[in-house]
Design a protein around this ligand. Structure first.
Ligand SMILES: NC(=O)c1ccc[n+]([C@@H]2O[C@H](COP(=O)([O-])OP(=O)(O)OC[C@H]3O[C@@H](n4cnc5c(N)ncnc54)[C@H](OP(=O)(O)O)[C@@H]3O)[C@@H](O)[C@H]2O)c1
Length: 327
């Protein structure tokens, strides 16, 4: 027994356990029955306790030494880019397979950026190498899940996307802030860094989509906006294709795709309906009147689950299963 837990199964470290993504990660791991879980955060949280299923775990400070000690099989990181850069290599050096949810490794050559439904085979590249896989941005994950099956049939030519991102995408403190704000003070925000005339969120969406779909020249134009919604991001997507594809064909393809639920009018995706679920809700699938072979559609997805914690656990499960199969 360790920390009040049975110690069977992979030894998992959740690093950033006190955060918005960390909390959902713990909930998903407990639901899936993982027993051997340790929780890490900054020195600010060390020694405090946190619930895991029906047990209580004590938070450890995530230091290079502790993470490198060699007693973790898997480390799920959600701590922000600079902390990831400082800590992830130590966990990997200690023998853990790491899934990092920050942008530290996403666009670095040689590090797989993985959405299991789209390019799950890439996750296995970490075995026998550096042991680090990157989890994409919370908007890139649902976007690529929707684009991939359509691309396979009709060939993507260009993508335009407008996002409506919830405040939970910016962490638990922003959730608390929204809860405390009078409704009349709510507003749209563009709270990312500017890179020339784009935000870094917009350029990330383009670069990550290209890497995951392995379409390095794909034109992708994004406008990202933070909206006063607590959880779940929405995206309006306009995709142009080489070949003709009808809305009916697209709906049929998406209905047959893992992690996607297609809604028909009068139903349409909303953040409220997406929150707490694992599905990417897709609807409003229609012909794009401004393109020759174009489709317009709308999606909502829980950014803390499939957009972050769930996707990372799915990556980890692919690798753990492959490792078990080769032992
Ligand atoms: N929110 C999303 O939808 C989403 C989606 C995809 C990816 N991500 C990424 O996931 C990461 C975390 O996001 P979040 O929304 O969960 O943020 P958050 O709610 O602000 O939580 C941040 C977590 O990181 C920990 N932390 C911060 N600095 C640390 C350090 N130096 N050492 C150890 N732990 C440290 C914090 O611990 P303390 O409580 O001790 O400060 C806390 O547990 C970010 O990289 C974010 O970009 C988030």
């Amino acid at each position: 027994m360790q920390n009040g837990l049975h110690t069977s199964g992979p030894r998992i470290g959740v690093v950033g356990a006190t955060g918005a993504v960390g909390a959902v990660t713990l909930g998903l791991l407990a639901e899936r029955g993982y027993e051997n879980v340790r929780v890490f955060a900054s020195a600010r949280s060390a020694g405090k306790t946190i619930a895991y299923g029906d047990r209580t775990l004590t938070i450890e400070e995530a230091t290079p030494e502790v993470l490198a000690a060699g007693d973790l099989d898997l480390a799920l990181f959600s701590v922000g880019t600079s902390a990831s850069r400082a800590l992830v290599p130590h966990a990997a050096a200690g023998g853990a397979f790491v899934v990092d949810k920050s942008s530290a490794y996403r666009l670095v050559d040689g590090y797989p950026l993985v959405v299991p439904e789209v390019n799950g085979n890439r996750a296995l590249e970490v075995i026998g190498t550096h042991r680090i896989a990157a989890n994409p941005n919370c908007c890139t994950i649902p976007l690529t899940c929707v684009l991939k099956p359509l691309h396979d049939v009709a060939g993507l030519k260009s993508v335009r996307v407008a996002t409506y991102q919830s405040v939970s995408g910016a962490g638990w403190q922003r959730m608390e802030q929204l809860r405390a704000e009078p409704v009349a003070d709510h507003n749209l925000l563009m709270d990312w860094s500017w890179e020339d005339d784009e935000s870094d969120e917009e350029s990330k969406l383009r670069a990550e989509t290209r890497k995951i779909l392995e379409l390095p020249g794909l034109p992708v134009s994004a406008t990202c906006v933070r909206v006063p919604v607590l959880v779940s991001h929405s995206e309006a997507i306009w995709a142009e294709f080489e070949d003709e594809i009808t809305p009916e064909q697209a709906a049929e393809l998406l209905r047959g795709s893992a992690s996607i639920k297609v809604l028909e009018l009068p139903e349409f995706p909303t953040p409220r309906d997406a929150t707490g679920g694992d599905d990417i809700l897709v609807g409003r699938i229609r012909r794009d009147r401004a393109a020759t072979n174009g489709l317009a559609l709308f999606l909502s997805n829980d950014n803390l689950r499939k957009g972050a914690a769930l996707n990372a656990i799915q990556i980890a499960e692919l690798v753990l299963a492959a490792q078990t199969a080769t032992v």
